[in-house]
Ligand binder design. Structure first.
Ligand SMILES: *[C@@H]1O[C@H](CO)[C@@H](O)[C@H](O)[C@H]1NC(C)=O
Ligand SMILES: *[C@@H]1O[C@H](CO)[C@@H](O)[C@H](O)[C@H]1NC(C)=O
Ligand SMILES: *[C@@H]1O[C@H](CO)[C@@H](O)[C@H](O)[C@H]1NC(C)=O
Ligand SMILES: *[C@@H]1O[C@H](CO)[C@@H](O)[C@H](O)[C@H]1NC(C)=O
Ligand SMILES: *[C@@H]1O[C@H](CO)[C@@H](O)[C@H](O)[C@H]1NC(C)=O
Ligand SMILES: *[C@@H]1O[C@H](CO)[C@@H](O)[C@H](O)[C@H]1NC(C)=O
Ligand SMILES: *[C@@H]1O[C@H](CO)[C@@H](O)[C@H](O)[C@H]1NC(C)=O
Ligand SMILES: *[C@@H]1O[C@H](CO)[C@@H](O)[C@H](O)[C@H]1NC(C)=O
Length: 435
């Protein structure tokens, strides 16, 4: 007797015999759908599984389209290498023991041969609106195109061409009015062209960064100062693509290069390092500069005091005393020691004192003092005033007269004195002639 188990067993036998007697003949075509660039090679693989005999392949294009390419057969696999400029359906037909099967592969073409082209931008300045343009060449089909304008990672604007049904390869220009914000400064601006056809899971992206000249330049300190002997570092930044080259110069009669990079470093500051410096940022598109003044702080240098005459001045001459300093940032005063004498400011680094018709009593010590917040320094000059000989020289007379004329009366002395003075008034001789 044959029970339920027996029926199940015989069913299994039957199923197995069907599988072995009529083998499943499977046809596989890859890819089933694809998007390829116009003119690029396309490879299709048609594979037959489970065919006990020989397989015959045939490749055709749908809709009577012309199919060019190279075919290759290897047992149960055929490979088609082809090219197309149009959307096309390609059929692979396989014959196995007189049985026929076919599969179709749908091919869509697109064109996006190069990166978008962005004209150079002079500079990108905060709150200054300007029209930017980005051109995508030889694009097809236009309805797949999307253009995104980006600043860094941020999308600024998305442009999707509309009213486009032209079945041609064409150029597309995207225009965009852009107003940079302060947060965007220094970031790249880019135009991203994306072709996508989601039905086929296709996406192709091309991106270009705009080249722009420096538009903003900043330094880590705008009004830097450094104490004498100390260290100072100032950095300079500028935006731009390509990244600008930064150079520091000291403004002297000839600008002197201070650094090859963004850091201006002053070690052991000296007076001569004070002054105006210039940071120059430049790239292939443009250049920009910024000036800053570096102040060196410290006690003043010893000032210089000079007399207008090389020798001691003589009574009655006009003299000038000059007090000067070479460090500029000090307050200069010139005075006679233990007296207040007004000096006259000449310029920021010199003061002078004019003494017309100098008198013996003007002789003495003159002080030139330089003073600032960090200390003071002084220089002095001892000015002696030589008496003019044509002026009466009282102290000389007793020395000459008294020893030779011990018994001569005071009246005689007075008489001699008068004579002497009269003689002096007539001539210039300083000899005393007793007659
Ligand atoms: C397959 O083809 C070869 C030569 O083309 C032939 O010799 C062979 O008999 C064929 N096999 C079958 C099963 O038809
Ligand atoms: C697109 O631009 C390229 C390069 O500027 C030019 O050679 C070509 O003729 C343009 N094509 C069309 C359709 O205008
Ligand atoms: C900007 O783009 C250039 C290439 O054009 C790249 O080398 C650079 O790293 C980018 N800069 C930033 C800040 O992303
Ligand atoms: C700093 O400069 C001064 C003056 O030029 C010099 O005398 C001194 O030795 C320098 N100090 C150092 C640490 O270089
Ligand atoms: C900055 O330096 C570059 C290269 O040395 C020079 O061509 C340019 O004129 C300079 N720009 C300014 C504003 O000084
Ligand atoms: C001194 O200056 C006065 C006027 O300021 C001038 O008249 C006089 O000639 C000058 N004297 C000499 C010796 O230069
Ligand atoms: C200030 O006057 C002195 C003396 O005449 C001169 O040597 C110096 O060059 C002047 N300085 C300036 C900044 O004019
Ligand atoms: C200034 O010079 C005079 C004459 O050369 C001298 O007698 C006097 O002592 C000097 N004064 C000082 C403070 O050096």
């Amino acid at each position: 007797m044959c029970g339920v188990k027996c029926i199940t067993f015989s069913l299994w036998i039957n199923i197995l015999s069907v599988i072995t007697e009529i083998p499943a003949f499977e046809l596989e075509l890859t890819p089933q759908k694809s998007v390829i660039h116009i003119g690029k090679d396309l490879e299709l693989i048609c594979r037959v599984n489970e065919c006990p005999g020989n397989v015959t392949f045939q490749w055709n294009a749908l809709m009577d389209k012309y199919l060019v390419g190279a075919y290759k057969y290897e047992h149960t696999v055929s490979t088609l290498l082809t090219r197309t400029v149009n959307d096309i359906g390609i059929v692979c037909i396989a014959l196995c023991d007189g049985k026929r099967k076919e599969k179709t592969s749908q091919i869509r073409v697109f064109s996006l041969p190069q990166d978008p082209v962005l004209p150079e931008i002079k500079s990108l300045i905060e709150n200054q609106t300007q029209m930017l343009s980005c051109r995508v060449h030889n694009v097809y089909p236009l309805e797949w195109l999307k253009i995104e304008w980006l600043r860094g990672d941020k999308t600024l604007f998305v442009d999707v061409p509309d009213n486009v049904n032209y079945d041609i390869v064409q150029n597309y220009t995207s225009g965009f009015n852009y107003t940079p914000s302060v947060l965007d400064l220094g970031k790249n601006i880019s135009c991203k062209a994306t072709m996508s056809f989601t039905e086929y899971g296709f996406k192709e992206t091309r991106n270009s960064n705009a080249e722009y000249g420096p538009g903003t330049i900043t330094t880590s300190s705008n009004n830097p100062s450094v104490k004498l002997g100390e260290h100072l570092k100032i950095t300079c930044h500028a935006d731009g693509n390509p990244k600008p080259t930064i150079l520091w110069f000291k403004e002297e009669t000839e600008p002197a290069l201070q650094s090859q990079n963004e850091e201006l470093i002053i070690n052991n500051a000296s007076w001569s390092q004070a002054g105006w410096y210039r940071c120059n940022a430049s790239n292939a598109v443009g250049s920009l500069q910024m000036r800053i003044k570096v102040t060196v702080l410290g006690p003043p240098n010893i000032p210089k005091i000079q007399l207008s005459h090389r020798e001691d001045p003589k009574e009655g001459e006009n003299i000038t005393i000059l007090c000067s300093s070479d460090d500029g940032s000090t307050e200069l005063t010139l005075y006679r020691q233990s007296q207040s004498t007004e000096s006259e400011a000449k310029n920021k680094s010199a003061v002078l004192l004019k003494i017309p018709s100098v008198k013996i009593t003007d002789a003495g010590i003159y002080v030139c003092e330089a003073k600032n917040d960090f200390g003071s320094e002084r220089s002095t000059i001892n000015i002696t005033v030589a008496a003019q000989h044509n002026v009466m020289k009282m102290p000389d007379l007793p020395v000459v007269i008294l020893p030779t004329a011990g018994s001569v009366s005071l009246l005689t002395i007075a008489g001699l004195l008068i004579r002497y003075c009269r003689k002096k008034a007539r001539g210039n001789s300083s000899n005393i002639i007793l007659s």
